[in-house]
Design a binder for this molecule. Structure first.
Ligand code: ZN
Length: 246
């Protein structure tokens, strides 16, 4: 398919206009005009680019792209190496951040809910989801589900009840949203990354907290998006997992 056709489809499907983000969503580095093979991954790090070159990909599609508001604007050092690799190999880079967290079907949070068999009962729009297990279970049993589904044992900060049913979650560096989970009276809040103060908040506010991994909680969205593209268009999508313990 044509790059411009893919770009338009992704922008529309992921409703990028609805999000105020910290990085540009869409085509970030322009490569060839025709796309047959797409490598998907969490972060456009050098290892992912090298793998895309090896696989002869025409485009890379990631959740964490480039040009974040907080980063230096100059293209030097590791950033120069990454962009040079893309340009020299005529590979397009597409990055979708918050739109890929929040999409109601393909997003990280929607996919996590599916993975953990949660019925979504979120009372208001936003990135944080609230869901319910079909029946109450011991916290340890639910932690086992998270471990198995993400192939990574979460860090558990205890504070909630022995048996859990109501779960709030948000992928990535979303530990600050624990306030939202507390306001919703959730038994557990799950995000990717954790902060020092989360330990005290969990204990003092009667909620369990699980740090399930920033990388681990954000593989699901881009992977689902790649599968969707492969089913919809004449393109091959290959998900490449560059391991990251954080
Ligand atoms: Zn992230």
């Amino acid at each position: 398919m044509l790059r411009d056709e893919l770009h338009k489809y992704l922008n529309e499907t992921l409703n990028i206009k609805d999000f105020k983000d910290y990085a540009p969503n869409g085509l970030q580095v322009e490569g060839k005009g025709e796309i047959r093979k797409i490598v998907t991954g969490v972060t456009a790090c050098q290892a992912l680019i090298d793998k895309a070159i090896e696989l002869d990909a025409d485009a890379i599609l990631v959740h964490h792209g480039y040009f974040w508001k907080s980063e230096p604007e100059v293209i030097t050092g590791f950033k120069q190496k990454r962009i040079k690799s893309l340009l020299e190999n005529d590979i397009n880079l597409f990055g979708y951040h918050l739109p890929l967290d929040g999409h109601e079907e393909l997003g990280n949070n929607a996919q996590l809910g599916k993975l953990w068999h949660l019925e979504d009962i979120t009372p208001q729009p936003g990135l944080v989801r609230l869901g319910q297990l079909e029946r109450e279970m011991p916290i340890e049993t639910f932690i086992d589900t998270v471990t198995t589904s993400l192939e990574r044992e979460p860090l558990h900060l205890p504070g909630g009840p022995d048996k859990v049913k109501t779960i709030a979650w948000c992928s990535g560096g979303a530990q600050g949203y624990i306030d939202q989970a507390i306001a919703w009276n959730a038994d557990i809040f799950i995000s990717g990354e954790v902060s020092e103060q989360t330990t005290h908040l969990a204990k003092e506010c009667g909620i369990h907290y699980l740090a399930a991994g920033h990388h681990a909680t954000e593989r699901v969205g881009v992977k689902a998006l790649g599968e969707h593209l492969q089913q919809t268009f004449d393109v091959e999508c290959i998900f490449v997992d560059i391991a990251n313990p954080v």
